[in-house]
Write a protein that binds this ligand. Sequence first.
Ligand code: SF4
Length: 376
Amino acid sequence: MDKDRLDPWGTSTVKDYSRLRSEFGIEPVAPLLPRFKRPSPHLSRGIDFGQRDLGRVLDAVDNNKPYAVMSGIKPTGDFHLGTKMTADDMVYFQSLSKKGTVFYAVADVEAYADNGLSFEETSKIATRNVADILALGLDPDRAVVYLQSEELKVMRLGIVFSKGVTNNMLRAIYGERQIGLYMAALFQAGDILMPQLPELGGPKPVLVPVGADQDPHIRLARDLAARYREEYGFIPPSSVYHRLMLSLSGSDKMSKRTEGSLLKLDDLPREATRKISTAFTGGRDTVEEQRRLGGRPDICPVFDLYRFHFAKDDEHVHRVHEECAHGIRLCGECKQEANGLVKAFLEDHRKKRDSLMKDATELLARSREYLTSTGK
Ligand code: SF4
């Protein structure tokens, strides 16, 4: 049986999400679903499939106690449908209670170590990314956004943690890597644990929404939280994992690494149409075969467009799946419908994003001021 591979800096494959429990100790989300009054589409459609200690964050929500939602997104370019998933989760989990604060790390150290992007380039991209997440619904009044490379608290934690880990530990989690990536991993642990520093309100539940391939970072941060518990009082961070969306070529996850087969939130509608029209599908070789055998939505990136982002509601996802699997729906018409939904979203998002650029700049400045005021 193939082993699943979770590599935050490479190609990850997950053939069977339920196996991540036995292989990596990721628990299912399903038993916790009754605790959500308004489950997000990610929860109700099984996209958020796994978690570690999510119940601790839900306890904070139920008891009106402070909690943080923390995630980092690499500023490697405009948001795409892969990064939108993490952003959607940040927005949703922030919305569960007025006591939830989002910490969004613009992961420029990782973008430098993994993608070779200069800090000048990434700082320009960062403002557009922040405008993207605002357009997706982030409440700026309960959000702290910062550039990883500029935040001394993160750097200091990374340095402190570097004394508590050995090469063997990092190799066991990440495999053999260049030192820059190990450093980026330690700074990421700093990002994840920073919201619990005394100057930021002290120990509290922190939820990290990420793609399944980012689990190595969570394991490292939880390990470090335990090692430094006595010194800092850290509570082990919680996590919620989303499935990896297929790239439009049908292989690998949608990410910057699959540039030609990813949909960006900045794509012009005609560019998106071109990409969707040439996308791989789970359709059969002939119409006759598809009518007789049905399509294969579970390997189809066009179905992922509906399920992960653009279906009007859960019933719509179910209908597309059933019509496909029973040969009622053919790929041409299916792509056309998906294209209409994508186009409407992109046009609306672009307008919102462009109108929020000033707010994004202000949020970055306000966050910098706030973090500085809490001490270096
Ligand atoms: Fe994919 Fe739609 Fe074709 Fe089914 S009908 S395989 S969901 S494109």
